[in-house]
Design a protein around this ligand. Sequence first.
Ligand SMILES: [Mg+2]
Length: 250
Amino acid sequence: MSTYDIVLLDIEGTTTPISFVRDVLFPYVANNAKAFLEQRWEDPEMQKHMRAIAVQANKDVEACIPEAIPIALDSLADPQSAEAKRRVLANIDWQMKADRKIGALKGLQGYMWRFGYEAGQLKGVMYPDAVGAIKKWVQNERKVYIYSSGSVEAQKLIFGYSDHGDLLRYISGHYDTKIGSKLESSSYTTIAGDIGVSPEHILFVSDNIKEILAADKAGMQTMVSVRPGNVPIDTKYEYPKSTNFTEIPL
Ligand SMILES: [Mg+2]
């Protein structure tokens, strides 16, 4: 490995256990959706998310999706409507069980997570060695950026409310899939251009071999993150690997 000036980090499976979303964030929504509907029904932002869920639900009914439950838009304005609450909750429930990646559901999840982080009920889980390395990189005048398929807003919550305190000041910038798919080498070229360095000065760390291949194709240096629970990497790939960020030359 040659020297690098910039570190570009994936989150899940790299700085954070791959199980964090499945074991912490999704259960938070499943366990708290009912209380949110009861307590925050009239909150304008909550209303906005529920309207989006209702619009989607009615589209799903039209598309004859068997689990879809229609929600009358005007029923949402009624704070007493137990029926509307039941329908919204049932919609959230089946969409989450089906692991749907639908904008309306993501919007509500993001709203609930922000509340959970701000209330101290959620903390972004970080591997301690990743936190140590991030701090050291910054001390050594390297810059650390994040590239994750989670939205920039969700990334900022994980780092801002981490179990190691607020880490946002160590992060120079965030990218999500708005810049392009993590599997396309052009996304890594675009990120290098946006940061303003040529790709070979960037070290990209990720657990996903397809992302490593794409970053390598764009000319970045790469490091495969091997962590408990990650998908094992085929031994035919000869990219540098680390099970712990302390193994990465800082
Ligand atoms: Mg990952």
